[in-house]
Design a protein around this ligand. Sequence first.
Ligand code: PFF
Length: 454
Amino acid sequence: MTKKTENRAVFNSKFAAIATTVGSAVGLGNIWRFPYEAGTHGGGAFLICYFAFVLLLGVPVLCAEYSMGRATRSNIFGAYRQLAPGQKWQFSGYLGIIASLLILSFYSVVAGWTVEYCISSATGSLDFSNPEGEHSQFMALTTGWRPVMWTVIFLFCNTFILLGGVSKGIERASNILMPLLFLLLIAFCINSLTLPGRNEGLSFLFHPDFSQINSKVLLSALGQSFFSLSLGLGCMMTYASYFSADTRLGKTAITTALLDSGVAVLAGIIIFPAVFSFGLSPESGPTLVFEVLPFIFMQLPGGAIWSTLFFLLLFLASITSTVSMSEISITYFTEEKKMSRRKATLVSSAIAMAGGLLCAFSFGPLKELTICGMTFFNLFDYVSSNIALPIGGMICSVFVGWVMDKRLLQAQFTNEGRQRFPFFRLLVFFLKWICPTAIFLLFLDSIGILSLLL
Ligand code: PFF
Protein backbone atom coordinates (compact mmCIF):
# COMPACT_ATOMS: atom_id res chain seq x y z
CA MET A 1 0.00 0.00 0.00
CA THR A 2 2.95 2.24 0.47
CA LYS A 3 3.37 4.43 -2.54
CA LYS A 4 6.78 5.76 -3.42
CA THR A 5 6.34 8.81 -5.57
CA GLU A 6 9.40 9.52 -7.67
CA ASN A 7 9.00 13.29 -7.76
CA ARG A 8 8.71 13.81 -3.99
CA ALA A 9 11.60 15.10 -1.99
CA VAL A 10 12.83 13.17 1.04
CA PHE A 11 14.66 14.74 3.97
CA ASN A 12 18.05 13.16 3.93
CA SER A 13 18.92 13.12 7.59
CA LYS A 14 17.21 12.39 10.87
CA PHE A 15 18.25 15.81 12.05
CA ALA A 16 16.44 17.40 9.11
CA ALA A 17 13.23 15.57 10.08
CA ILE A 18 13.42 16.89 13.63
CA ALA A 19 14.58 20.36 12.59
CA THR A 20 11.74 20.86 10.13
CA THR A 21 8.98 19.53 12.37
CA VAL A 22 10.30 21.57 15.28
CA GLY A 23 10.53 24.52 12.87
CA SER A 24 6.83 24.10 12.17
CA ALA A 25 5.88 23.54 15.79
CA VAL A 26 7.93 26.31 17.38
CA GLY A 27 6.64 29.74 16.50
CA LEU A 28 4.23 32.37 17.69
CA GLY A 29 2.17 29.60 19.26
CA ASN A 30 4.83 29.12 21.93
CA ILE A 31 6.04 32.64 22.46
CA TRP A 32 2.92 34.71 21.81
CA ARG A 33 -0.09 32.41 22.19
CA PHE A 34 0.98 30.22 25.11
CA PRO A 35 1.67 33.09 27.57
CA TYR A 36 -1.58 34.88 26.78
CA GLU A 37 -3.67 31.70 26.96
CA ALA A 38 -1.99 30.75 30.25
CA GLY A 39 -2.46 34.32 31.48
CA THR A 40 -6.18 34.38 30.80
CA HIS A 41 -6.83 30.84 32.02
CA GLY A 42 -5.32 30.76 35.46
CA GLY A 43 -1.58 30.24 34.88
CA GLY A 44 -0.57 27.02 36.64
CA ALA A 45 -3.98 25.41 36.16
CA PHE A 46 -3.65 25.96 32.43
CA LEU A 47 -0.03 24.77 32.32
CA ILE A 48 -0.84 21.47 33.96
CA CYS A 49 -3.76 20.76 31.61
CA TYR A 50 -1.63 21.80 28.64
CA PHE A 51 1.17 19.42 29.63
CA ALA A 52 -1.23 16.56 30.24
CA PHE A 53 -2.80 17.08 26.81
CA VAL A 54 0.56 17.32 25.04
CA LEU A 55 1.68 13.99 26.52
CA LEU A 56 -1.56 12.03 26.57
CA LEU A 57 -3.26 13.30 23.43
CA GLY A 58 -0.72 15.33 21.44
CA VAL A 59 2.06 12.74 21.25
CA PRO A 60 -0.23 9.86 20.15
CA VAL A 61 -1.96 12.02 17.53
CA LEU A 62 1.45 13.25 16.33
CA CYS A 63 2.52 9.61 15.96
CA ALA A 64 -0.70 8.92 14.04
CA GLU A 65 -0.10 11.82 11.64
CA TYR A 66 3.54 10.82 11.13
CA SER A 67 2.65 7.22 10.34
CA MET A 68 -0.06 8.19 7.84
CA GLY A 69 2.19 10.69 6.10
CA ARG A 70 5.19 8.43 5.76
CA ALA A 71 3.24 5.31 4.88
CA THR A 72 1.53 7.05 1.96
CA ARG A 73 3.98 9.82 1.04
CA SER A 74 0.97 11.92 0.25
CA ASN A 75 -1.06 14.96 1.31
CA ILE A 76 -3.88 14.60 3.83
CA PHE A 77 -6.50 13.67 1.18
CA GLY A 78 -4.26 11.18 -0.58
CA ALA A 79 -3.21 9.66 2.74
CA TYR A 80 -6.78 8.89 3.84
CA ARG A 81 -7.70 7.68 0.37
CA GLN A 82 -4.75 5.34 -0.01
CA LEU A 83 -5.17 3.84 3.42
CA ALA A 84 -8.95 3.33 3.13
CA PRO A 85 -9.84 3.25 -0.57
CA GLY A 86 -13.48 3.75 -1.40
CA GLN A 87 -14.29 5.21 2.00
CA LYS A 88 -15.05 8.83 2.66
CA TRP A 89 -12.39 9.65 5.27
CA GLN A 90 -10.52 11.99 2.98
CA PHE A 91 -13.26 14.58 3.39
CA SER A 92 -11.78 15.47 6.75
CA GLY A 93 -8.97 16.94 4.66
CA TYR A 94 -11.24 19.91 3.93
CA LEU A 95 -11.33 20.69 7.63
CA GLY A 96 -7.53 20.75 7.62
CA ILE A 97 -7.36 23.08 4.63
CA ILE A 98 -9.92 25.51 6.04
CA ALA A 99 -8.20 25.49 9.45
CA SER A 100 -4.79 26.07 7.90
CA LEU A 101 -6.05 29.09 5.94
CA LEU A 102 -7.80 30.55 8.98
CA ILE A 103 -4.64 30.15 11.04
CA LEU A 104 -2.50 31.63 8.30
CA SER A 105 -4.80 34.68 8.29
CA PHE A 106 -4.52 35.71 11.93
CA TYR A 107 -0.99 34.36 12.35
CA SER A 108 0.23 36.72 9.62
CA VAL A 109 -1.15 39.69 11.53
CA VAL A 110 0.84 38.78 14.64
CA ALA A 111 3.89 37.99 12.52
CA GLY A 112 3.40 41.48 11.05
CA TRP A 113 3.62 42.92 14.58
CA THR A 114 6.97 41.18 15.04
CA VAL A 115 8.23 42.89 11.88
CA GLU A 116 6.95 46.25 13.12
CA TYR A 117 8.62 45.74 16.51
CA CYS A 118 11.85 44.57 14.91
CA ILE A 119 12.07 47.62 12.67
CA SER A 120 11.00 50.04 15.40
CA SER A 121 13.66 48.59 17.70
CA ALA A 122 16.34 48.80 15.06
CA THR A 123 15.49 52.38 14.15
CA GLY A 124 15.24 53.41 17.78
CA SER A 125 11.58 54.41 17.56
CA LEU A 126 10.41 51.83 20.08
CA ASP A 127 10.40 54.00 23.15
CA PHE A 128 12.14 52.15 25.97
CA SER A 129 12.29 55.08 28.31
CA ASN A 130 8.62 55.52 28.96
CA PRO A 131 7.03 52.52 30.63
CA GLU A 132 3.76 54.37 31.20
CA GLY A 133 3.31 54.87 27.49
CA GLU A 134 3.77 51.23 26.64
CA HIS A 135 0.16 50.35 26.23
CA SER A 136 -0.52 53.26 24.00
CA GLN A 137 2.65 52.48 22.12
CA PHE A 138 1.36 49.02 21.39
CA MET A 139 -1.88 50.59 20.18
CA ALA A 140 0.05 53.02 18.04
CA LEU A 141 2.05 50.22 16.50
CA THR A 142 -0.80 47.86 15.91
CA THR A 143 -3.71 50.02 14.83
CA GLY A 144 -4.13 52.04 11.67
CA TRP A 145 -2.59 51.16 8.33
CA ARG A 146 0.86 50.01 9.31
CA PRO A 147 -0.14 46.63 10.73
CA VAL A 148 -2.24 46.01 7.64
CA MET A 149 0.78 46.80 5.53
CA TRP A 150 2.99 44.46 7.59
CA THR A 151 0.46 41.65 7.32
CA VAL A 152 0.51 42.03 3.55
CA ILE A 153 4.31 42.23 3.46
CA PHE A 154 4.60 39.16 5.67
CA LEU A 155 2.28 37.19 3.40
CA PHE A 156 4.32 38.32 0.39
CA CYS A 157 7.50 37.05 2.07
CA ASN A 158 5.76 33.76 2.78
CA THR A 159 4.62 33.48 -0.84
CA PHE A 160 8.06 34.42 -2.11
CA ILE A 161 9.69 31.68 -0.06
CA LEU A 162 7.16 29.11 -1.19
CA LEU A 163 7.46 30.16 -4.83
CA GLY A 164 11.09 30.98 -5.10
CA GLY A 165 12.31 27.57 -4.03
CA VAL A 166 14.33 29.32 -1.37
CA SER A 167 12.79 27.13 1.27
CA LYS A 168 16.03 25.15 1.34
CA GLY A 169 17.81 28.33 2.31
CA ILE A 170 15.25 29.06 5.00
CA GLU A 171 15.60 25.52 6.27
CA ARG A 172 19.35 25.83 6.49
CA ALA A 173 19.16 29.25 8.08
CA SER A 174 16.62 28.10 10.62
CA ASN A 175 18.83 25.16 11.59
CA ILE A 176 21.29 27.74 12.88
CA LEU A 177 18.94 30.50 13.93
CA MET A 178 16.43 28.41 15.87
CA PRO A 179 19.08 27.18 18.34
CA LEU A 180 20.08 30.84 18.61
CA LEU A 181 16.49 31.77 19.48
CA PHE A 182 16.56 29.04 22.11
CA LEU A 183 19.76 30.47 23.64
CA LEU A 184 18.31 33.96 23.60
CA LEU A 185 15.20 32.71 25.38
CA ILE A 186 17.37 31.11 28.06
CA ALA A 187 19.29 34.37 28.52
CA PHE A 188 16.00 36.31 28.89
CA CYS A 189 14.75 33.70 31.36
CA ILE A 190 17.79 34.25 33.52
CA ASN A 191 17.18 37.98 33.33
CA SER A 192 13.51 37.60 34.28
CA LEU A 193 14.54 35.56 37.31
CA THR A 194 16.32 38.63 38.66
CA LEU A 195 13.20 40.81 38.48
CA PRO A 196 11.36 41.84 41.67
CA GLY A 197 8.15 40.09 40.56
CA ARG A 198 9.98 36.79 40.13
CA ASN A 199 8.26 34.89 42.93
CA GLU A 200 4.81 36.09 42.05
CA GLY A 201 5.36 35.31 38.37
CA LEU A 202 6.75 31.84 38.96
CA SER A 203 4.06 31.01 41.44
CA PHE A 204 1.39 32.16 38.94
CA LEU A 205 2.85 29.82 36.33
CA PHE A 206 3.90 26.81 38.41
CA HIS A 207 1.51 26.68 41.39
CA PRO A 208 -1.73 25.42 39.96
CA ASP A 209 -4.93 26.44 41.67
CA PHE A 210 -6.98 23.38 40.76
CA SER A 211 -10.23 25.15 41.54
CA GLN A 212 -9.61 27.25 38.42
CA ILE A 213 -9.87 24.23 36.10
CA ASN A 214 -13.17 24.40 34.25
CA SER A 215 -14.42 23.50 30.81
CA LYS A 216 -13.10 26.71 29.27
CA VAL A 217 -9.61 26.11 30.64
CA LEU A 218 -9.67 22.50 29.47
CA LEU A 219 -10.78 23.33 25.93
CA SER A 220 -8.28 26.17 25.63
CA ALA A 221 -5.44 23.96 26.88
CA LEU A 222 -6.45 21.27 24.40
CA GLY A 223 -6.57 23.81 21.58
CA GLN A 224 -3.21 25.25 22.59
CA SER A 225 -1.54 21.83 22.73
CA PHE A 226 -2.75 20.98 19.21
CA PHE A 227 -2.01 24.45 17.84
CA SER A 228 1.48 24.41 19.25
CA LEU A 229 2.27 20.96 17.87
CA SER A 230 0.75 21.91 14.47
CA LEU A 231 -1.65 18.99 14.87
CA GLY A 232 -5.06 18.10 13.55
CA LEU A 233 -4.89 19.68 10.11
CA GLY A 234 -2.50 17.43 8.25
CA CYS A 235 0.58 19.64 8.59
CA MET A 236 2.66 17.04 10.37
CA MET A 237 1.27 14.39 8.03
CA THR A 238 2.50 16.38 5.04
CA TYR A 239 5.93 16.88 6.61
CA ALA A 240 6.20 13.20 7.52
CA SER A 241 5.56 12.34 3.89
CA TYR A 242 9.08 13.72 3.31
CA PHE A 243 10.71 11.69 6.13
CA SER A 244 13.31 9.13 5.11
CA ALA A 245 12.73 5.42 5.68
CA ASP A 246 15.16 5.53 8.61
CA THR A 247 13.46 8.27 10.60
CA ARG A 248 12.22 6.86 13.90
CA LEU A 249 8.70 8.14 14.22
CA GLY A 250 8.20 7.57 17.95
CA LYS A 251 11.44 9.25 18.90
CA THR A 252 10.84 12.17 16.55
CA ALA A 253 7.35 12.69 18.02
CA ILE A 254 8.61 12.76 21.61
CA THR A 255 11.52 15.05 20.76
CA THR A 256 9.23 17.47 18.91
CA ALA A 257 6.74 17.54 21.79
CA LEU A 258 9.40 18.09 24.46
CA LEU A 259 11.26 20.82 22.59
CA ASP A 260 8.02 22.54 21.69
CA SER A 261 6.57 22.59 25.19
CA GLY A 262 10.02 23.48 26.55
CA VAL A 263 10.00 26.66 24.47
CA ALA A 264 6.49 27.51 25.70
CA VAL A 265 7.57 27.13 29.33
CA LEU A 266 10.65 29.30 28.70
CA ALA A 267 8.36 31.97 27.25
CA GLY A 268 6.20 31.74 30.37
CA ILE A 269 9.24 32.12 32.63
CA ILE A 270 10.25 35.23 30.71
CA ILE A 271 6.83 36.84 30.62
CA PHE A 272 5.15 36.30 33.99
CA PRO A 273 7.87 37.62 36.35
CA ALA A 274 7.95 40.70 34.11
CA VAL A 275 4.16 41.03 34.15
CA PHE A 276 4.15 41.17 37.95
CA SER A 277 7.29 43.30 38.20
CA PHE A 278 5.89 46.00 35.96
CA GLY A 279 2.39 45.97 37.40
CA LEU A 280 0.67 44.63 34.27
CA SER A 281 -2.24 42.21 34.12
CA PRO A 282 -1.60 38.62 33.00
CA GLU A 283 -5.06 38.68 31.47
CA SER A 284 -4.40 41.20 28.72
CA GLY A 285 -5.06 38.61 25.99
CA PRO A 286 -3.40 38.56 22.56
CA THR A 287 -1.53 41.80 23.19
CA LEU A 288 0.20 40.54 26.37
CA VAL A 289 3.61 39.58 25.02
CA PHE A 290 3.94 42.65 22.85
CA GLU A 291 3.18 44.88 25.81
CA VAL A 292 5.48 43.08 28.25
CA LEU A 293 8.59 42.39 26.20
CA PRO A 294 9.59 46.03 25.60
CA PHE A 295 9.63 46.51 29.38
CA ILE A 296 12.11 43.69 29.68
CA PHE A 297 14.34 44.96 26.89
CA MET A 298 14.10 48.48 28.27
CA GLN A 299 15.88 47.61 31.47
CA LEU A 300 18.68 45.66 29.76
CA PRO A 301 21.89 47.34 28.65
CA GLY A 302 21.75 47.64 24.87
CA GLY A 303 18.01 46.99 24.99
CA ALA A 304 17.35 48.04 21.41
CA ILE A 305 19.85 45.50 20.08
CA TRP A 306 18.36 42.66 22.13
CA SER A 307 14.92 43.68 21.03
CA THR A 308 15.84 43.82 17.34
CA LEU A 309 17.53 40.43 17.51
CA PHE A 310 14.68 38.85 19.39
CA PHE A 311 11.93 40.07 17.06
CA LEU A 312 14.01 39.12 14.05
CA LEU A 313 14.34 35.57 15.31
CA LEU A 314 10.66 35.47 16.22
CA PHE A 315 9.85 36.58 12.69
CA LEU A 316 11.96 33.72 11.39
CA ALA A 317 10.28 31.22 13.71
CA SER A 318 6.92 32.48 12.42
CA ILE A 319 7.87 32.08 8.81
CA THR A 320 9.02 28.46 9.26
CA SER A 321 5.56 27.82 10.75
CA THR A 322 3.59 29.65 8.05
CA VAL A 323 5.54 27.88 5.32
CA SER A 324 4.49 24.56 6.90
CA MET A 325 0.82 25.51 7.18
CA SER A 326 0.77 26.78 3.59
CA GLU A 327 2.06 23.39 2.42
CA ILE A 328 -1.27 21.81 3.39
CA SER A 329 -3.34 23.70 0.85
CA ILE A 330 -0.54 23.80 -1.72
CA THR A 331 -0.07 20.02 -1.74
CA TYR A 332 -3.86 19.67 -1.96
CA PHE A 333 -4.08 21.93 -5.01
CA THR A 334 -1.06 20.38 -6.73
CA GLU A 335 -1.69 16.72 -5.97
CA GLU A 336 -5.48 16.62 -5.94
CA LYS A 337 -6.43 19.43 -8.30
CA LYS A 338 -3.38 19.03 -10.56
CA MET A 339 -2.48 22.72 -10.41
CA SER A 340 1.07 23.83 -11.00
CA ARG A 341 2.94 24.60 -7.80
CA ARG A 342 3.07 28.24 -8.77
CA LYS A 343 -0.67 28.51 -9.29
CA ALA A 344 -1.40 26.53 -6.12
CA THR A 345 0.82 28.85 -4.10
CA LEU A 346 -0.81 31.95 -5.56
CA VAL A 347 -4.34 30.66 -4.93
CA SER A 348 -3.54 29.75 -1.30
CA SER A 349 -1.80 33.06 -0.73
CA ALA A 350 -4.69 35.03 -2.20
CA ILE A 351 -7.16 33.35 0.17
CA ALA A 352 -4.84 33.93 3.13
CA MET A 353 -4.43 37.55 2.08
CA ALA A 354 -8.21 38.12 2.14
CA GLY A 355 -8.44 36.47 5.58
CA GLY A 356 -5.35 38.32 6.78
CA LEU A 357 -6.86 41.68 5.86
CA LEU A 358 -10.07 40.89 7.75
CA CYS A 359 -7.99 39.99 10.82
CA ALA A 360 -5.71 43.01 10.51
CA PHE A 361 -8.72 45.34 10.26
CA SER A 362 -10.10 43.75 13.44
CA PHE A 363 -7.77 46.07 15.31
CA GLY A 364 -8.99 49.11 13.40
CA PRO A 365 -12.07 49.79 11.28
CA LEU A 366 -13.62 46.35 11.88
CA LYS A 367 -13.11 46.46 15.64
CA GLU A 368 -16.82 46.79 16.33
CA LEU A 369 -17.84 44.05 13.92
CA THR A 370 -18.19 40.95 16.06
CA ILE A 371 -19.62 37.48 15.52
CA CYS A 372 -20.61 35.63 18.73
CA GLY A 373 -18.86 38.46 20.57
CA MET A 374 -15.57 37.92 18.73
CA THR A 375 -13.77 40.02 16.15
CA PHE A 376 -12.61 38.24 12.98
CA PHE A 377 -9.15 37.88 14.51
CA ASN A 378 -10.47 36.20 17.66
CA LEU A 379 -13.05 34.18 15.78
CA PHE A 380 -10.54 32.71 13.32
CA ASP A 381 -8.24 31.84 16.21
CA TYR A 382 -11.02 30.29 18.31
CA VAL A 383 -12.65 28.29 15.53
CA SER A 384 -9.42 26.90 14.14
CA SER A 385 -7.56 26.18 17.38
CA ASN A 386 -10.33 25.17 19.74
CA ILE A 387 -12.66 23.44 17.32
CA ALA A 388 -11.12 22.44 13.99
CA LEU A 389 -7.77 21.15 15.24
CA PRO A 390 -9.14 18.93 18.03
CA ILE A 391 -11.81 17.52 15.67
CA GLY A 392 -9.18 16.89 12.98
CA GLY A 393 -6.99 15.18 15.59
CA MET A 394 -9.89 13.07 16.79
CA ILE A 395 -10.69 11.89 13.27
CA CYS A 396 -7.04 11.04 12.64
CA SER A 397 -6.83 9.15 15.90
CA VAL A 398 -10.00 7.11 15.22
CA PHE A 399 -8.77 6.38 11.72
CA VAL A 400 -5.32 5.15 12.69
CA GLY A 401 -6.63 3.32 15.78
CA TRP A 402 -9.56 1.54 14.12
CA VAL A 403 -9.18 1.59 10.35
CA MET A 404 -5.52 1.64 9.32
CA ASP A 405 -3.95 -1.75 8.77
CA LYS A 406 -2.05 -2.58 11.97
CA ARG A 407 0.80 -4.40 10.23
CA LEU A 408 1.43 -1.37 8.10
CA LEU A 409 1.23 0.81 11.19
CA GLN A 410 3.68 -1.37 13.10
CA ALA A 411 6.04 -1.39 10.12
CA GLN A 412 6.09 2.41 10.31
CA PHE A 413 7.12 2.45 13.94
CA THR A 414 9.70 -0.34 13.65
CA ASN A 415 11.00 0.85 10.28
CA GLU A 416 9.97 -2.42 8.64
CA GLY A 417 11.17 -4.48 11.60
CA ARG A 418 14.66 -2.95 11.71
CA GLN A 419 14.07 -1.21 15.03
CA ARG A 420 12.25 -1.96 18.25
CA PHE A 421 9.22 0.02 19.31
CA PRO A 422 8.02 -1.34 22.66
CA PHE A 423 5.11 1.10 22.98
CA PHE A 424 3.16 -0.05 19.96
CA ARG A 425 0.24 -1.63 21.83
CA LEU A 426 0.02 1.29 24.22
CA LEU A 427 -0.04 3.70 21.30
CA VAL A 428 -2.84 1.80 19.55
CA PHE A 429 -4.81 1.67 22.81
CA PHE A 430 -4.51 5.45 23.17
CA LEU A 431 -5.50 6.08 19.56
CA LYS A 432 -8.45 3.72 19.76
CA TRP A 433 -9.87 4.72 23.08
CA ILE A 434 -8.23 7.47 25.09
CA CYS A 435 -7.70 10.23 22.49
CA PRO A 436 -11.09 10.12 20.77
CA THR A 437 -13.03 9.73 24.03
CA ALA A 438 -11.12 12.48 25.81
CA ILE A 439 -11.50 14.95 22.94
CA PHE A 440 -15.19 14.10 22.54
CA LEU A 441 -15.87 14.55 26.27
CA LEU A 442 -13.99 17.83 26.30
CA PHE A 443 -16.27 19.07 23.55
CA LEU A 444 -19.41 17.95 25.30
CA ASP A 445 -18.11 19.63 28.41
CA SER A 446 -17.35 22.88 26.65
CA ILE A 447 -20.85 23.19 25.22
CA GLY A 448 -22.32 22.35 28.59
CA ILE A 449 -23.83 18.98 27.64
CA LEU A 450 -21.68 16.93 30.00
CA SER A 451 -22.96 18.74 33.09
CA LEU A 452 -26.54 18.08 31.96
CA LEU A 453 -25.83 14.36 31.57
CA LEU A 454 -24.00 13.92 34.87
N1 PFF B 1 2.69 25.32 15.72
C1 PFF B 1 2.80 26.66 15.24
C2 PFF B 1 3.15 27.57 16.40
O1 PFF B 1 3.10 27.13 17.55
O2 PFF B 1 3.44 28.73 16.17
C3 PFF B 1 1.55 27.11 14.56
C4 PFF B 1 1.05 26.17 13.49
C5 PFF B 1 1.90 25.79 12.45
C6 PFF B 1 -0.22 25.67 13.56
C7 PFF B 1 1.46 24.93 11.46
C8 PFF B 1 -0.68 24.81 12.59
C9 PFF B 1 0.17 24.45 11.55
F1 PFF B 1 -0.26 23.65 10.62
